[in-house]
Design a protein around this ligand. Structure first.
Ligand code: F6P
Length: 342
């Protein structure tokens, strides 16, 4: 078979590890050929491709980002998008596609499968918000980066008796905030899944100062105050209808400073969480997902997403995986609450 590979949506550490595993096993074990589509769905839409052989994937296991490039192109928002993709696949002699992406990229894959395209999906995102898989690769790396930042912020916060508010990514799911906050010993963690009371947060902060320590407040970019709204970086929507989040950290720091009388500053970790080399966990997960994806393609098991369930790599229908976002359950938040304000 001649198989196309693409990476779509926000990049994350581990994408190259998937590409490597797919190509290495696909060529060596099954004798398939590969073509790399550039920049997500833009590649098959515009016929933008590059060769993808074993030589092209050597040395990329530890590299962050994606050698194929990425974009948030939505072919369903472009005139004749699906026909153009089908035509380009036929023109390039591509029998099947492996789409590596999050809810948007795999949402497109789900619809294309229903329209007859041979596609298998691989879940990626630092947000860890895809259904049907316990973890997505990229998440562990992002959490470790945020944890290290929090560790460093503890010492400077204490030297200056300041509140430090750390804003992390995750869009509408609080997984990064929860895990990084727990691992980093945050004083308070605020998630999109539960609106927060700013007076209660100020109370936690004051209590921490009473213990002669300085508080670190971890806030997810999608968190919102009671009766308040999500803070947006701007008003634009992307081609999948998503808003750009950002700014809640600054808003919260101002509120906390006014309410406690203690200086409060904000650190926005932003794309640092998505950059650089993947952790060992993410490299192994990405590699195992890639191996399972090429097995699925080899068997013609179309319309599936490979997934991690417990410690196994399994296949689930793409439609099931993309049906709804996996957000943080209340009981996981309650575990963390034990440590707030102490
Ligand atoms: O989905 C990954 C993610 O990093 C989110 O956590 C974040 O909200 C969004 O992408 C940022 O997207 P962009 O890099 O396009 O601004």
């Amino acid at each position: 078979m001649r198989i196309g590979v693409l990476t779509g949506g926000g990049d994350c550490p581990g994408l190259n590890a998937v590409i490597r595993a797919v190509v290495r096993k696909g060529v060596a074990t099954y004798g398939h050929e590969f073509v790399g589509f550039r920049d997500g769905w833009k590649g098959p839409l515009e016929g933008l491709s590059r060769p993808l052989g074993i030589a092209d994937v050597r040395g990329i296991l530890p590299r962050g980002g994606t050698i194929l490039g990425s974009s948030r192109t939505n072919p369903f928002k472009i005139e004749n998008g699906v026909e153009r993709i089908k035509d380009n696949l036929a023109e390039q002699g591509v029998d099947a596609l492996i789409a590596i992406g999050g809810e948007d990229t795999l949402g497109v894959a789900t619809k294309l499968f229903e329209l007859g395209v041979h596609v298998v999906g691989v879940p990626k995102t630092i947000d860890n918000d895809l259904g049907a898989t316990d973890y997505t690769f990229g998440f562990d790396t992002a959490v470790n980066i945020a944890m290290e930042a929090i560790d460093r912020l503890h010492t400077t916060a204490e030297s200056h008796h300041r509140t430090l508010v750390v804003e992390v990514m995750g869009r509408h799911a609080g997984w990064i905030a929860l895990h990084a906050g727990l691992a980093g010993g945050a004083n308070v963690i605020l998630l999109p899944e539960r609106q927060f009371d700013v007076d209660q947060v100020a109370g936690y902060v004051e209590k921490r100062f009473q213990h002669q320590y300085a508080p670190i407040v971890v806030v997810a970019e999608g968190a919102q105050p009671l009766d308040g709204q999500m803070v947006l970086a701007n008003q634009e929507l992307d081609s999948f209808g998503h808003v750009r989040l950002g700014g809640i950290g600054q808003w919260l720091a101002e509120q906390l400073e006014a309410k406690t009388g203690k200086e409060a500053r904000t650190v926005v970790l932003g794309h640092i969480q998505r950059g650089g080399t993947p952790t060992a966990f993410d490299r192994v997960l990405a590699t195992r997902l890639g191996l399972q994806a090429i097995d699925a393609v080899n068997e013609g098991d179309w319309g599936k997403m490979v997934a991690m369930q417990s410690t196994d790599i399994v296949r689930v229908p793409l439609a099931e995986a993309t049906r709804e976002l996996k957000t943080v359950p209340l009981e996981r938040y309650e575990e963390a609450e034990v440590f707030f304000g102490s």
